[in-house]
Design a protein around this ligand. Structure first.
Ligand SMILES: *[C@@H]1O[C@H](CO)[C@@H](O)[C@H](O)[C@H]1NC(C)=O
Ligand SMILES: *[C@@H]1O[C@H](CO)[C@@H](O)[C@H](O)[C@H]1NC(C)=O
Ligand SMILES: *[C@@H]1O[C@H](CO)[C@@H](O)[C@H](O)[C@H]1NC(C)=O
Ligand SMILES: *[C@@H]1O[C@H](CO)[C@@H](O)[C@H](O)[C@H]1NC(C)=O
Ligand SMILES: *[C@@H]1O[C@H](CO)[C@@H](O)[C@H](O)[C@H]1NC(C)=O
Length: 461
């Protein structure tokens, strides 16, 4: 859990401690009147479970080193070579969570206990990649129903698939093996929504494949119409997709919003109109359907450059008017402003939607070497983890998103450093655009890295 919500956590600690005190008192009283050991033991057990849960999610900020200051965009224009020269610190093997009896908790300030140095805090973004023969979680041939052919590397000329056989092992975290039946059961009557750019769409397709096991699933219903996700006349594709697993009434959907800002054509009768990009207004789709979501996963990043803005005819608007602030007009500032706006709005909405959990997924790293996407850049390495397999840093590389969610109830889904180690797992030269002799070192092969993002998401839902 993100550290910032210290205030509400503290509140929870206090109320939990009070509840515990009352329960214990009542139990002790009952015990004296009627010593049924079994009752007390099960109550204690329950209490221990909830307190260790609490400890596992305890705030970490006080012990967190300052995050790296490297600007992410800068990093992309000068990609880090994963040639093995990077130094790696040894991962310190952590002791398991100290288990505590209900008794000791009664008499101590839980917050103090949680921040004591003997307890290792779970950080899913820290750990290592390990080879695992149970990967991939679904077949790149089999999952035709959900995978775009352009991302199914098994359907391309690519000859090497060693990238499929790895699993992320977080340090100090319990991460149960993904099990699709248990997953959809747990998500019974629930809706998981992805809103973001094409990397969010990859994560959506990945989750559809994971949830269906990559098997033909004719029973899964297309319910896009419920969310207005139908292909407009003349369009190449709809703005998103929504599918429902009828047995458990689990819905998984994706909506394309590459900037996470609301887009409004300025002149609807003009086919070549500019589009107002309201930096301080979340996408209408998100505002309209938020009450129906149980899990919302956001992402943005790769459309925040002049080329994309111009190509989309996006014009920055703030407060309903064209932006005139020169500082804000700089792309990096506009991006940060938009991310902070959407996070602030969601943070204000979360108390009104107690069923909802919101995750902001950090940026997915690109790996163009010897050029950029349009200047012959490529990512031809096929040896997994040749640049190392571990992430040892505490903070996120994506400092913009990390700072935006800090102190809010929006959770960080930090996949940047993890994915940075997987330069061999992109579409690379097997992209559909290969005839143009360009490589796609932005999108990932599926099955592949986005499956891990979903494993981390599912572990934190
Ligand atoms: C399916 O789940 C939704 C909540 O996401 C609920 O409103 C609806 O009633 C459920 N439908 C059925 C048939 O249980
Ligand atoms: C909107 O676009 C139409 C078609 O190009 C044009 O005729 C009209 O003048 C435009 N309206 C405004 C307010 O610019
Ligand atoms: C991002 O925006 C927030 C709020 O608008 C501001 O407080 C913060 O300093 C900005 N961060 C950067 C890196 O520009
Ligand atoms: C494709 O690009 C690579 C490097 O970007 C170059 O070496 C190669 O000659 C190009 N191939 C063709 C057919 O243009
Ligand atoms: C989060 O916010 C707290 C309090 O404002 C600050 O001390 C801490 O450095 C922040 N952490 C990050 C990662 O930005």
């Amino acid at each position: 859990m993100k550290a910032g919500s210290g205030y509400s956590l503290r509140g929870r600690h206090i109320s939990l401690a009070l509840v515990a005190l009352v329960i214990t008192t009542v139990l002790l009283w009952t015990w004296e009147k009627n010593p049924l050991a079994i009752t007390l033991r099960s109550a204690q057990l329950q209490y221990q479970i909830s307190s260790s849960e609490l400890l596992a999610k305890a705030p970490t900020d006080s012990s967190k080193p300052t995050k790296p200051t490297k600007n992410i965009e800068e990093q992309y224009s000068h990609p880090i070579r994963t040639d093995g020269t990077k130094k790696e610190k040894q991962i310190v093997n952590a002791a398991p969570l100290k288990s505590m009896s209900a008794h000791s908790l009664e008499t101590q300030d839980i917050a103090d206990v949680a921040s004591s140095s003997s307890i290792k805090v779970c950080n899913y973004a820290k750990g290592r990649w390990v080879a695992d023969r149970r990967r991939p979680l679904y077949s790149g041939f089999g999952c035709k129903q959900w995978l775009s052919p352009m991302w199914a590397c098994r359907l391309t000329q690519r000859p090497d698939f060693s990238f499929e056989g790895y699993r992320w092992l977080p340090q100090n975290c319990e991460m149960p093996e993904f099990e699709r039946f248990a997953f959809v059961k747990r998500m019974q009557d629930k809706t998981i929504a992805f809103i973001g750019d094409s990397l969010g769409r990859q994560q959506f397709q990945s989750l559809m494949c994971m949830a269906s096991g990559g098997e033909e699933s004719p029973e899964v219903e297309n319910v896009g119409w419920e969310y207005g996700l139908v292909k407009p006349r003349g369009a190449i594709r709809p703005d998103g997709w929504a599918y429902r697993f009828p047995k458990t009434n689990t819905t998984i959907l994706y909506y394309w919003s590459a900037s996470l800002s609301d887009l409004q054509p300025i002149n609807i009768t003009d086919p070549a109109t500019n589009v107002a990009m309201h930096l301080d207004l979340p996408p209408a789709f998100m505002r309209r359907f938020l009450h129906r979501f149980n899990v919302l996963v956001l992402n943005t990043g790769h459309h925040w450059n002049r080329g994309k803005l111009n190509a989309n005819r996006w014009v920055m608007y703030v407060d309903g008017k064209p932006n005139e602030d020169k500082k804000l007009a700089e792309i990096a500032n506009a991006k940060n402003f938009t991310i902070c706006s959407v996070v602030r709005w969601l943070d204000s909405q979360l108390p009104l939607h107690p069923q909802l959990k919101v995750f902001f997924r950090t940026i997915s790293p690109r790996h163009f070497f010897n050029g950029d996407w349009n200047t012959g850049g490529s990512c031809d390495n096929t040896t997994p983890l040749s640049g190392g397999s571990k992430v040892v840093q505490d903070g996120s590389i994506d400092s913009v998103v990390e700072a935006a969610v800090n102190g809010t109830k929006v959770k960080l889904l930090d996949i940047t450093a993890i994915s940075q180690l997987r330069d061999e797992a992109h579409m690379s030269r097997y992209t559909v655009r290969a005839t143009l002799n360009v490589s796609d070192c932005l999108h990932w092969c599926l099955p592949g890295t986005p499956d891990t993002w979903n494993e981390l998401l599912v572990a934190q839902i």
